[in-house]
Ligand binder design. Structure first.
Ligand code: NAP
Length: 247
């Protein structure tokens, strides 16, 4: 059933991993989707082709969210393409190699905050101004905000900011029927996870997961689709922990 038919959606970072699964799921549910990517043009083209094969309507835009003006440009491009906004999913994130705070540079902190936190502020601000009443905002966080991993200071700080933005926005936009939630995945099998973990680290993640495996991008996308759809209407200001029971 196309529960999102007629809805206009923007997803950040839709070329790979969890974002790719979210784009395909929202398109399958009937939404028209615009997503951005930073570098992976081939992967982005493949997502568009896959969506088309499934009867979806998806457009990819190359914009690096670390660049000044990129978040606003994404929202403007989406507005031109979609003619309105009903669903915003802030999924794109970047990280640096794991290293102690003492060895982390200011430039690294600034880049991670620009992509993972500032772009969320800018797209949510755009939504506060332009989203249709009854809309949905879903920001992707991480279990690291309650289980902070050493060596990940900028990433964890950026996701703390994302969660607080989510809570404030839920209170400001509630009167217009717009829900604002965060989905907080656990270890999910994507490039980001594999770049940051050894095989032993991945095995440890599985060992502490009551459901006994790594998450799959679709596990998270299905939760996002619930929050973005009509059945999510009474949930707002929540951090939904889609992590197989780790927390
Ligand atoms: P991923 O596989 O690394 O994919 C990241 C996506 O974000 C890609 O589409 C990438 O585009 C895009 N992106 C990265 N930097 C960007 C930038 N500067 N500008 C624009 N787009 C950019 O990551 P993932 O594992 O799917 O993570 C998705 C979300 O889940 C993130 O918010 C992450 O923090 C969160 N999360 C993941 C896990 C996990 O275990 N995987 C756990 C907890 C939370 P390109 O393809 O062009 O690089």
């Amino acid at each position: 059933m196309a529960v999102l038919a007629g809805k206009a959606a923007v997803v950040t970072g839709g070329s790979r991993g969890i974002g790719r699964a979210i784009v395909l799921r929202l398109a399958r549910d009937g939404a028209q989707v615009v997503f951005n990517y930073a570098r992976s043009r081939d992967a982005a083209d493949e997502v568009v082709r896959q969506a088309e094969k499934e009867g979806g309507n998806v457009t990819a835009v190359q914009l690096d969210l670390a660049e000044p003006g990129a978040a606003e440009e994404l929202m403007a491009a989406a507005e031109r393409r979609l003619g309105g906004l009903d669903i915003l999913v802030n999924n794109a994130a970047t990280n640096i190699d794991v290293r102690p705070l003492a060895e982390t540079t200011e430039a690294e902190f600034d880049r991670v905050m620009a992509v993972n936190a500032k772009s969320v502020f800018l797209t949510v601000r755009h939504a506060a101004r332009h989203m249709r009443d009854g809309g949905r905002i879903v920001n992707i966080s991480t279990l690291n905000t309650v289980r902070p991993a050493p060596g990940n200071a900028p990433y964890v700080a950026s996701k703390g900011a994302l969660e607080q933005l989510t809570l404030v926005a839920s209170r400001e936009l509630g009167p217009r029927g717009i829900t604002v939630n965060a989905v907080s995945p656990g270890a999910t099998d994507t490039d980001l996870l594999r770049a940051a973990n050894t095989p032993e680290g991945l095995a440890r993640a599985v060992a502490v997961t009551p459901l006994g495996r790594l998450g799959r991008p679709e596990d998270v996308a299905d939760v996002v689709a619930f929050l973005a759809g009509p059945d999510g209407r009474w949930l707002t200001g929540q951090i939904v922990r889609a992590n197989g029971g780790i927390i």
